[in-house]
Write a protein that binds this ligand. Structure first.
Ligand code: ADP
Length: 382
């Protein structure tokens, strides 16, 4: 097979062809790496920019296996994929990063939590339950957070149970019951590790959630935290990726509690929403770093050379249909505003349709601009 400039054959396949795959391809082009995509949606954001695009289920063994058969390296932009097929491909000598057994761990929030506990990594206390009836003994400890072990994403699969009346909202499925954390900030650290074992973190960022959608609405880089907490967050992320032996990048979502303790909320072994600003604000973007990590190339410099805010462009409530970005042209006139439009033709309430990075010399400049942008742009249908 033909080798490319870094001495390896370069048939790289990604399971998932959404916005993360799309931004990954943009960086892969710079390193002249071809990217082949598998996605169930024939209109996925990657469809026109991938070297090849295969339509098919990410959860079907045969589809994933046959997609991987003629690739050399496989990675994912979503955790919910068929790990049995990836494991078979791995046994047959393909490089699969993140490793399939780690994808299995991340797919199950219960296994994730047990991993933190076994390795003495700080996380909110929890219990594993099999069904709704098992919540009863915990009623005296309400408020409590119930999370589905599998299948939840973007806040779907998370339910706060405050009073007995909330029990009708509870999931009747294997889940975790987690202590409600009084946090003052939600932070995220992205860390990368290559096969040689080199580990590099990105500076910590701060996320503000849209309470209704449970999605990141605003992200700030750098996080406004003390040097001590920054160091602690960085070493926690490093310890985690080393204990997992993961190759690729890992987003580590953290709670900073009111008494300044860091707790791991959850992890994502792929490029993450909390790293989009790295395209404009850091020497190496999270997408390039993931590529470097899975190809076992030296990891890039992650220094933030400017401050940034990131806004998710979510489909507005009450609109479904052909997308129209109201106000986009006007906000382009604001210095430091850089939109990323994901190429999805149909908007739906809270669907991630794009994001905007606002960068500048310091957060004091950037935050007011970000709030202005947030109030002036709306993702609607015509
Ligand atoms: P998802 O995987 O769907 O993103 P998360 O576990 O990250 O779900 O939870 C979504 C959001 O719910 C978090 O970002 C946080 O704002 C809130 N949340 C989750 N767990 C807790 C908790 N134990 N205490 C307080 N808030 C929580």
């Amino acid at each position: 097979m033909q080798k490319n400039w870094y001495g390896k054959s370069n048939r790289l396949g990604i399971l998932g062809g959404g916005q993360l795959g799309r931004m990954f391809i943009q960086e892969a082009i710079n390193l002249d790496v071809d990217v082949h995509i598998l996605d169930p949606d024939e209109n996925a954001p990657c469809k026109d920019i991938a070297t090849s695009f295969t339509k098919g289920s990410l959860l079907d063994f045969d589809t994933v296996y046959s997609f991987g058969k003629d690739k050399d390296i496989l990675t994912v932009e979503i955790e919910n994929v068929n790990t049995d097929a990836l494991e078979k491909l791995e046994k047959e000598g393909k490089k699969v990063f993140p490793q399939p057994h780690l994808l299995r761990l991340v797919q199950d929030k219960g296994l994730q939590k047990e991993f933190y506990k076994e390795h003495n990594l700080p996380t909110a206390s929890f219990h594993l339950i099999d069904n709704k009836a098992a919540i009863d003994p915990f009623i005296p400890t309400f408020p409590i957070v119930q999370k589905l072990r599998k299948g939840g994403y973007d806040g779907k699969g998370v339910q706060v149970l405050r009073t007995i009346e909330n029990l009708n909202l509870a999931f009747d499925a294997p889940s975790i019951l987690e202590e409600m954390v009084p946090f003052k900030k939600e932070l995220s650290v992205i860390v990368a590790r290559n096969e040689n074992g080199e580990v590099v973190t990105f500076p910590t960022v701060e996320c503000e959630f849209n309470p209704e959608a449970n999605l990141v609405e605003l992200l700030f880089s750098p996080a406004s935290i003390s040097e001590n907490i920054e160091e602690e967050a960085q070493s926690l992320a490093k310890a985690l990726i080393e204990k997992l032996n993961l190759v690729g990048i890992l987003a580590v979502e953290l709670f900073l509690t009111e008494d300044d303790k860091l707790l791991i909320n959850e992890i994502a072994p792929r490029p993450h929403n909390s790293g989009h600003h790295t395209i404009e604000c850091n020497v190496t973007s999270q997408f390039e770093q993931h590529l470097r990590a899975i190809l076992n190339l030296p990891l890039g410099n992650t220094r933030a050379f400017q401050a940034g805010a990131m806004i998710n462009l979510l489909g507005a409530k009450g609109y479904e249909g052909a997308v129209y970005y109201k106000g986009l042209e006007a906000i382009l006139a604001i210095p430091g505003v850089q939109p990323h439009i994901y190429g999805k033709s149909i908007t739906k309430p809270f669907r991630k349709m794009g994001h905007i990075t606002i960068s500048g010399d310091c957060l004091e400049d950037v935050i007011p601009l970000a709030k202005k942008v947030l109030s002036e742009i709306q993702v609607i249908s015509k």
